[in-house]
Design a binder for this molecule. Sequence first.
Ligand SMILES: *Cc1c(COP(=O)(O)O)cnc(C)c1O
Length: 370
Amino acid sequence: MTVCLDVVRPEVHSLGKYNAGLTTGEVRERYAVTAIAKLGSNESPLGPSPKVAQALAPTSDLMRLYPDPAGRTLREAIGGRFGMAADRVILGNGSEDLLSVISRAVLRSGDRIVTPYPSFPLHEDYATVQGATVARVAVDERLNFDIPSMKRALREPCRMLIVANPMNPVGSWLDGDGLTEILASVPRGALVVIDEAYAEYARGSSCPDALALLKAFDLNWVVLRTFSKAYGLAGLRIGYGLTSSAGLTDLLDRVRTPFNANAFAQAAALAALADDDHLEAVVSLAVRERERVRAFLEGRHFVVAPSCGNFLFFDCGKPAHAFSEALLAHGVITKPWKQEGYEAFIRVSIGSEAENDQFINAIGELCSNT
Ligand SMILES: *Cc1c(COP(=O)(O)O)cnc(C)c1O
């Protein structure tokens, strides 16, 4: 007997499934490959700082006891890093948890949010669950932010602007002037969310320091960051938000679950944050290798979007689903994009030199066979 599922809200029925790739285990089972380059989820090939393992060694109390629900030590360390008081830092079970917290705290049914397109699906999904509508602003033909269209979209009533900078999946970014122009167009009363999951990789580019620019505006805002990407802690789940005021932090704090940042994650993040040398090694490898992979793809006449992140978004010239399936047979996991209009695009993470070589060789073979 199947009972009708109308008990679940229609907004939930309308959600798409998470576009998850195969795990390395699944690829190994399906294809006879030994070496697998996992380039679908923008993880760090170098993993976390070696100091993280030391921080997690005396594990008994970390497991036995509840974590500090206020995450005081970590919030103070993060605040110190940005010259902000700890009461303007909020911790999450990954920054995606904070996307959910923010949406639940802010969005009413019938609200409208504005976000670039192609989008980070979670930016849209939590809003959809709340009964909000999503106004997508497509990138321009060169895959850069379309600032005039963004400003136009902000002229209509809007509760939240949410922008990843640099943008995922595309990799392109708003520079200081672009971000300033957009912030100046945000209607009063709207919350600005800048998702800086890849900010660490953007050093040395024109991707701006959003915190510095936001100070000039009389707005409520949250800047989201994560330990999942450059800090190499994706499996532990820890991210954070920097907010415009202690009052906003306090209200958002009431919506999260009290122990959303687990004890291992807090201890690991604290150790990771202290190791600047490791971060530097991660970022310089990613930037160097990204430009090597880009040169290869462009040499093969693929259209590759600008990127200051640890990934590239490129037009493979055919249905991405089939292309990435063919890459799997070479042990290379990538992310074929599924959103309308971008079904020929693949997002590939920048891995270790060996993983990137495996990707390059696989593309070389696929293209010589067609
Ligand atoms: C990876 C990513 C996140 C982060 O994820 P968590 O692992 O939940 O911290 C957030 N936003 C964007 C745009 C990302 O690409």
